[in-house]
Structure formats: structure tokens, C-alpha cells
Design a binder for this molecule. Structure first.
Ligand SMILES: Cc1cc2nc3c(=O)[nH]c(=O)nc-3n(C[C@H](O)[C@H](O)[C@H](O)COP(=O)(O)O)c2cc1C
Length: 403
């Protein structure tokens, strides 16, 4: 699967907020993902950031005014909005939200919003009092009732120095939301999916632990694909540096035992479980309360086995629940994966080669194949994690159809 943005048209409206500079990163991310991006700037936003920046980042002329140079043709507010697959207003001023809520069309952007049938995603950014003002709140409510989407604002210290809700959502989160909205395939709508992600950490003492190289990228890619396809997603994640999926419910854990407890208490409510976390097989018996000193007390660490999450789920799952596991192996990839599939009563196992150069942990690519109780891919393929997750969900669809 190519990027969900490939061959799509995104209209990015930039309004007169101090956060306008953050829209540059968003514009760049979307353009690099393969979409055609057209940026429309209000007159006020051009006092805060120059159109030339967006022109370079998007690779397209920037719309700077209703009657000013007809760069995209005189009726661009009609033709472009009809062409657009997604309309994003980031940052969105209180003014533009108000104008759109009340059907005012007195500049290019507000006119295009009125003429558009595309989904609209707003990323408000403003002073906390402006945001909390009942007028703004009412305007947001009106737009939400019309089916518009909102992301943020975040709470924190705003540019004006006040603390409260008003900071524009991070560009990476807006991008993630856009990625989900732009994809029309919603074949997992109504399904609840539980995903484990990242490594676990088993404490030795208050400052040391045993862990592994899992980055959480696979779990994140799975969660984004599930959200893209309309599912409701919960991610139970060990400590990761990768930002967690913004639109999923997330539960943070540290140890394998914590992950086990969080999974077991939720599992009955979910249709599909995907165990992509690299869960430690062992923990330290009686981790020390104080830091070990250089006196030899740590020469011998006694290990005790951790509970096996996926095996337990294989024992308790209902016939209509699906469990998917991963086998990260350095050797005998297919043989070990086949054995694990059976032993853990899985519906699908994704076998991926780890340890070699460019392989799995921390990489955007995997060398993997899928095995079910009655089918097996011919051979492992070196593919992006986003492609693998797409194939995993296609395979789950086939399994669901047979259940
Ligand atoms: C430096 C500066 C920063 C501003 N930041 C914001 C902001 O973050 N959010 C907002 O709603 N208005 C902000 N304003 C006020 C808007 O620019 C003003 O309401 C304007 O009419 C918005 O026009 P537009 O929606 O057509 O871009 C700011 C004004 C200035 C001078």
C-alpha cells in the first residue's frame, strides 16, 4: 500500500495566529507523504509568516487573497474545494472559527470553507480566555454538530504567557488525525482492538533494569492502521521514545507483570488482540530497594519467569475473538513461528527477522511473513512497517470473514 496521502489533495488554511509557524512542519509532512498541498493564507497570517515559506514547502502557489493574482484561476475557491479530499485549518483563529460557524464568506478561506464538501479538521490556537469565551465555545459546538473535526487545543503556557487551553496541537498529531480522516476505508468500524507495544523494563534496583531494543514503532504503526480503518483502539505500551498514537486510548506500563494485568483486565471487551510488545520473559527476583554498589552484590541475579500474556489469551479467548502474535527471531524464523502459533493458539503470527543490519527494532522496515493455522506466505519480504500493518489488517479481515 502506498501512503494514504498519495494522489490526495489537501487544502491547508493558515490564519492569523502566532502559531502560524507550526503550520510549516505540518505542510512539509503532508507534502512529503505524497499529497498535493495547497495553502491558503489569510491576510492577517501573512503578517506573521511569509507565503514564500509555504510555497517552497508545498511546491504549489499559495493563495493569498480573493482577488489577488489568479494563480490558480479565478474560481479556485470552488474548483479547489471540490477537488480537496481534506481541508485543514491550522492554526485556526477564534475569528475564522466564528466566521465559518455563521456562514460568513468575506475572504478566500472563509469562502472556500462555505463551498467545501470535504471533511474539515480544525486546530484552534488562541489565548485561553478567547478559547473559553462562550462565543468561541458555541461556535466550535456549531461546527462539531455539522460534522467538522477538532484537534486540541492543548493546555499549557501560551505565547501570551497565560496558562490554559489554547496551544495548537502538535503538527505530528494533526498529521496523524489527517492521515486517519483522509482514508475512506473504514472496514473495522465497530471493532475494538487491543494492542501491546514497545519493550518492558524489569527492575534490578531503583536505577537499573533489564530490557530490549523494541522502539514501539510497530505498535504505533498497528494502532494508526487500526484507527485509519475505523476501529476503536487501546494501546498498552511499555516505555518508548516514539510518540504514542494520539487518537488511541493509551495505558502506560513498565514491567511485564503490569502489562499482563492491564491486558487481562480488558481482553473480554475487545474483538481483536495484537501483541506486538517485546515482553521480557524473565524478571529479577526481589529487585533491590537501594542502588547496588560496586561490592559484588550484583554478580548473581536470580531470574523468575514472567506470565505469558499471549499464551494466557489463547487459553481464555472466546471463539469470536482474534489473537495475533509476533515472533521476532534471529534464527529458524519460520520453524519457531509455526511452533509459537500452535502453542499459543493464535489466529495469526507475524514472523520477523531481528538482529541483522536494518532488521526490525527501531527500523521503519521489517523482514517478515505471516502464518495462520491454514496458510503461510511463501517467503519473508523486506517491507515498510506501514505496508506490513496494512497486510496484517487485510489478513485479519479474511480471518473474521471465516469465523
Ligand atoms: C501577534 C499576534 C498574534 C495573534 N495570535 C492569535 C491567536 O493565536 N489566535 C487568535 O485567535 N487570534 C490571534 N491574533 C488575533 C488575530 O490575528 C485576529 O483576530 C485576526 O482578525 C484574525 O484574522 P484571520 O482569522 O483572518 O487570520 C493575534 C494577533 C496578533 C497581532
Amino acid at each position: 500500500m502506498s501512503s494514504p496521502f498519495q494522489n490526495k489533495v489537501v487544502l491547508l488554511g493558515v490564519t492569523g495566529s502566532i502559531s502560524a509557524y507550526k503550520a510549516c512542519e505540518l505542510c512539509s509532512r503532508i507534502a512529503q507523504s505524497g499529497a498535493k498541498v495547497y495553502v491558503a493564507m489569510t491576510e492577517n497570517s501573512q503578517k506573521l509568516i511569509a507565503p514564500a515559506t509555504f510555497e517552497s514547502l508545498s511546491g504549489n502557489p499559495v493563495i493569498t487573497g480573493m482577488f489577488e493574482p489568479y494563480k490558480l484561476g479565478p474560481l479556485s475557491h470552488i474548483s479547489l474545494t471540490h477537488e480537496a479530499n481534506l481541508f485543514i485549518i491550522a492554526p485556526a483563529t477564534a475569528n475564522m472559527i466564528a466566521k465559518s460557524a455563521h456562514g460568513i464568506a468575506d475572504d478566500w478561506l472563509s469562502t472556500a470553507l462555505l463551498a467545501s464538501n470535504a471533511p474539515v479538521l480544525w486546530a484552534p490556537a488562541m489565548n485561553p480566555q478567547m478559547y473559553l469565551n462562550p462565543a468561541t465555545q458555541k461556535n466550535i459546538e456549531i461546527l462539531k454538530e455539522r460534522g467538522h473535526y477538532f484537534i486540541g487545543p492543548e493546555t499549557g503556557k501560551t505565547a501570551c504567557g497565560e496558562i490554559g487551553p489554547g496551544r495548537m496541537a502538535e503538527p505530528i498529531h494533526i498529521f496523524e488525525y489527517a492521515d486517519i480522516l483522509i482514508n475512506p476505508l473504514k472496514d473495522f468500524k465497530g471493532k475494538k482492538i487491543l494492542i501491546t507495544s514497545g519493550p518492558t523494563q524489569e527492575p534490578i534496583d531503583p536505577v537499573r533494569y533489564i530490557s530490549n531494543r523494541s522502539s514501539g514503532k510497530m505498535g504505533k504503526a498497528l494502532a494508526v492502521e487500526a484507527l485509519r480503518r475505523g476501529a476503536q483502539v487501546t494501546v498498552i505500551s511499555g516505555p518508548v521514545s516514539e510518540p504514542l498514537p494520539y487518537l488511541a486510548e493509551t495505558v502506560l506500563v513498565r514491567t511485564a507483570n503490569e502489562m499482563y494485568e492491564e491486558v487481562i483486565k480488558r481482553f473480554a471487551d475487545y474483538d481483536i488482540f495484537i501483541g506486538s510488545a517485546a515482553v521480557a520473559d524473565y524478571s529479577i527476583k526481589n529487585p533491590a530497594d537501594e542502588k547496588h554498589k560496586q561490592n559484588g552484590s550484583m554478580h548473581h541475579l536470580e531470574l523468575i519467569p514472567n506470565p505469558d500474556i499471549i499464551k494466557k489469551l489463547g487459553e481464555i479467548k472466546r471463539p469470536n475473538q482474534i489473537t495475533v502474535g509476533f515472533a521476532a527471531e534471529t534464527h529458524h524464523l519460520i520453524e519457531y513461528a509455526q511452533e509459537k502459533l500452535k502453542r499459543k493458539n493464535l489466529d495469526l503470527i507475524v514472523a520477523n527477522q531481528v538482529g541483522g543490519e536494518n532488521c526490525a527494532f527501531g527500523s521503519d522496515y521489517v523482514y517478515a511473513l505471516m502464518i495462520t493455522p491454514n496458510s503461510q506466505d511463501e517467503k519473508p519480504e523486506y517491507i515498510p512497517k506501514s505496508e506490513l500493518t496494512h497486510r496484517i489488517f487485510n489478513r485479519i479481515t479474511q480471518i473474521l470473514n471465516k469465523k
